[in-house]
Design a protein around this ligand. Structure first.
Ligand SMILES: [Fe+2]
Length: 298
């Protein structure tokens, strides 16, 4: 039996309700000007709808969304995002983590990501407490959702994980060690360096890598770069793929795409393939491209 995981990212959903002056009296003013002058013409709901409809043609698929769901972290944006995702996904068919745009300024959890918490696996019942990292196990596939989302100064977009979160992650990895799960880590920022002096990347990437490379991880999935990216980390003589998905609402050269991973166990050994579902605006169709050989088998 195989499991298909779809990977979408960086939705940057349109801002439906104009923010008040008070809401913009901080870093948001930069993001709002950028959104109204440029981003709203790039990240489009109509592109996302095509992808959602394509995903929903099949049953038994699980989808992971690796952050940057909104733009300015306004409560109205999270409320709209929740309605949109609820419309397209059953609760158990989607796993969500936040990106830097989902913590654009310092916001309360209950006024932001809590709107999407049906897509986490929240262990505690407190409405104030953040649920990351979380663990979901689907057909022996362990999905661990992390949060690298922190607010940063204007024009910056770095990420960082708290030490508390890394400790909890280690406890989760210890608890499933020996279960022979196919283990996937979801994190918005790549675990490799990004930007000048890594200033667009994960600031404490080394601390995270020190922890995860002690355990049996099979795949790291991220967003943030708005394009397909393939890297590897070395864990116990194995090269583990780290794959970045393109923005699911952004059409580039008349094309949009998302990634699919087919995961299956044979003779107690895990296998997986990588596919691109590519929509070409000229023929208005999705095609599947098997990119396993050119990406993870290199
Ligand atoms: Fe991002």
């Amino acid at each position: 039996m195989s499991q298909i995981i779809c990977h979408i990212s960086d939705l940057h959903l349109p801002i439906e309700k104009k923010p008040t002056l008070l809401q913009l009296f901080n870093k948001r003013i930069f993001g709002f000007l950028n959104h109204t002058s440029k981003r709203k013409n790039i990240f489009k709901l109509e592109n996302l709808d095509l992808i959602f409809n394509d995903i929903n043609k099949s049953n038994d698929i699980h989808t992971v969304l690796t952050g940057d769901i909104v733009n300015l972290s306004l409560e109205d944006e999270f409320s709209s995002a929740s309605q949109l995702l609820d419309h397209h996904f059953k609760e158990k068919a989607l796993s969500v983590i936040p990106g830097n745009h989902d913590a654009y300024i310092k916001v309360d959890y209950k006024r932001s990501m809590s709107y999407l918490e049906k897509y986490f696996n929240k262990q505690n019942n407190s409405i104030d407490q953040e649920p990351f990292p979380y663990l979901k196990v689907i057909n022996d596939i362990a999905i661990i959702g992390l949060s690298s989302a922190i607010n940063s100064p204007p024009l910056m977009c770095w990420g960082k994980m708290s030490s508390k979160q890394i400790n909890t992650l280690e406890n989760i990895l210890k608890s499933i060690n020996g279960n022979n799960y196919f283990t996937i880590i979801l994190i918005h920022h790549p675990v490799h360096k990004y930007g000048f002096m890594n200033l667009k990347g994960l600031l404490n990437r080394k601390q995270l890598l020190e922890t995860i490379t002690k355990y049996n991880i099979n795949l790291v999935l991220h967003g943030h770069l708005h394009r397909e990216v393939y890297n590897f980390i070395k864990i116990k003589d194995k090269f583990v793929p780290c794959i970045g998905a393109p923005s699911s609402s952004k059409m580039l050269n008349e094309k949009i795409s998302y990634l699919q991973y087919k995961i299956w166990k044979k003779d107690d050994k895990w296998n997986f393939s990588v596919y691109r579902r590519l929509y070409d605006n000229s023929d208005k169709k999705f095609k599947t491209q098997d990119i396993t050989k050119s990406t993870i088998n290199v």
